[in-house]
Design a protein around this ligand. Structure first.
Ligand SMILES: Cc1ncc(C[n+]2csc(CCOP(=O)(O)OP(=O)(O)O)c2C)c(N)n1
Ligand SMILES: [Mg+2]
Length: 538
């Protein structure tokens, strides 16, 4: 069997049924294997490697399953790098298959097509696990090890290189079953210590991050048992249903952080609380994290529990009741806190009205894909999310251009539910070329583009902090409706939230192909006072 076929079979053996790609001569033999296996693995080709990698990222986020992309070496790999970096930051199981120059020329500087110095070294800085496939006999094991590594400890991307002359090489191939991923043993003494602290806590708070997405039921039960509010911001949204009064946003979470005696942090860097809000000796922090390095990175926690959140929280749920007392409901208190913050946040009315229009039409299991835009920033604080994995935000990379292409991957992998991508005029043109991909592969994504003719966020900062000295923040835009229509997409322009809602209703009911709704907007009120907030303790 040839190396390319061995890799395809190994992907199939791990449940992958789609690969996001941009072809080129280095990978021709692999693509021929994809062609000969087209009945079993779907090949989705994009118009830029960035798009392929973001689509794999979106598919991985939407499904919680491994997803793969394949690109040529050098420029192709570098074009995909922003998305690969984001996959790392989001702990997403993305497998990068990256071509290489002829095997015996690697590292010799002979000016081969797409040659790049130390590609393996660059890759190794971007992912935690990478290797080069040396021949067909190695392929099944390396794919299995890559995918095992993607789920072991802190999940994340992995990469495999393969040289141009290796993809087509033949050899004996033995099939390899997926390798198990063992959860680390749960530290029972630490569970007991955590349960005691939580049970005795007067003002407990739970902070849920992206690592809590697969433990929604457990977080919800703990929250109710402890009457502990659950703070989520970007990647933790949807872990607790926002219709539950215990679900709180960043400004309320900060108030509660200032008052808390015990915090249970699940699958989160705790970046905002630890770095901005402060800690002191009156606050005991319990960390649950898949990454053994994470809990003590900033300051040693009172208790650290290392492993996937779900089994650890299950064990905690077994033990907490013995140490807990019956607690009066905090629902009324939380409703009051919500009401107070909502009154302050009413100054964000323009963003809130558009978000309400989208929420009204996006079904409960529909998926909202965030982007670095005025509407996006407010969505993180105020877009109601009802289920895990239905609100996808780029996390700490917060990279412009994430939204549209990632959402295409989400909608491609979850064709059963509607997906809405929001974007600014700035972010959209990072990957707008992928409208061609959406048409070619009939991906029925709905995109709402808020056009203020500017890198609006940058522009407002220049107005407010730099005495209105505007630089590099105004944009010359195409006619977005004509632009989208020229690809064959459905497109229209709406004025105001009511019209947006009406059009969304029609578009989401049909979902035959990609649709773009342009919303011309003016400058929007700043959300930053609700995001970057000062110390409350320590
Ligand atoms: C990859 C990347 N480059 C640059 C930035 C800096 N940046 C943050 S917001 C922004 C402007 C966004 O403009 P637009 O998409 O139109 O959204 P708006 O703020 O106008 O709503 C820029 C350039 C970034 N976050 N990521
Ligand atoms: Mg803009």
């Amino acid at each position: 069997m040839r190396t390319g076929d061995a890799v395809v079979l190994a992907l199939l053996a791990h449940g992958l049924d789609t690969i996001y790609v941009l072809p080129g001569v280095h990978n021709d033999d692999f693509f021929d294997a994809l062609a000969r296996n087209a009945a079993r693995i779907r090949t989705v080709h994009t118009r830029h490697e960035q798009g392929a990698a973001y689509m794999a990222l979106g598919a991985a986020l939407a499904t919680a399953k491994p997803q793969a992309y394949c690109v040529v070496p050098g420029p192709g790999f570098l074009n995909s790098a922003a998305a690969l970096l984001t996959a790392y930051g989001m702990n997403a199981p993305v497998l990068a298959l990256i071509g290489q120059i002829p095997a015996d020329a690697i590292g010799r500087g002979l000016a081969h097509l797409h040659e790049i110095r130390d590609q393996a070294g660059i890759i190794a800085r971007l992912v935690d696990w990478s290797a080069r496939i040396g021949g067909p006999e190695e392929a099944p094991r390396l794919v299995a090890e890559a995918i095992q590594a993607m789920f072991a400890g802190r999940p994340g991307p992995a990469a495999l290189e393969c040289a141009i002359d290796v993809w087509g090489r033949s050899g004996a191939v033995a099939p390899q079953a997926p390798l198990p991923v063992a959860d680390p043993p749960i530290d029972d003494a630490a569970v007991k210590a955590a349960a005691k602290r939580l049970g005795a806590a007067k003002r407990p708070l739970i902070v849920a991050g992206g690592g809590a997405q697969d433990a929604a039921a457990e977080v919800t039960r703990l929250a109710h048992l402890l009457q502990a509010p659950v703070l989520s911001y970007r990647r933790g949204r949807g872990v607790l249903d926002d219709r539950d009064p215990l679900s709180v946003n960043l400004p309320i979470g900060r108030e509660l952080w200032g008052e808390a005696d015990v915090v249970l942090a699940v699958g989160t860097h705790l970046h905002m609380p630890l770095l901005h809000w402060g800690i002191d000796d009156d606050l005991a922090i319990i960390r649950v994290d898949a990454d053994p390095q994470e809990p003590a990175r900033f300051a040693a926690p009172a208790v650290a529990l290392v492993g996937a959140a779900k089994p650890i929280l299950r064990r905690l749920l077994d033990v907490v009741p013995a140490h807990n007392k019956r607690r009066p409901s905090r629902a009324d208190e939380m409703r009051e806190r919500h009401a107070t913050i909502d009154k302050r946040m009413a100054k964000l009315a323009p963003q809130l009205a558009y978000l309400a229009a989208i929420r009204a039409e996006l079904p409960e299991d529909g998926i909202f894909v965030d982007e670095v835009t005025q509407i996006g920033f407010v969505s993180r604080l105020a877009f109601p999310v009802y289920r895990p994995r239905t609100y996808l935000s780029p996390g700490y990379q917060d990279n412009l251009g994430f939204g549209f292409a990632t959402a295409l991957g989400v909608q491609d992998a979850r064709r059963d539910v509607p997906v809405v991508s929001i974007t600014g005029d700035g972010g959209f043109l990072f990957t707008a070329n992928e409208l061609a991909t959406a048409i070619r592969h009939r991906i029925p994504l709905t995109t709402v583009l808020f056009n203020d003719g500017a890198f609006g966020n940058v522009r407002r900062i220049q107005e407010e902090r730099f005495d209105n000295r505007l630089i590099a923040s105004d944009l010359a835009n195409p006619d977005f409706v004509a632009f989208a229509q020229s690809f064959g997409a459905e497109a229209c322009r709406v004025t105001g939230p009511r019209e947006l809602q009406a059009v969304l209703r029609r578009v989401l009911a049909r979902r035959e192909g990609p649709a773009l709704i342009e919303v011309p907007v003016g400058p929007m009120p700043s959300p930053w006072e609700f995001i970057l907030m000062g110390r409350v303790r320590g």
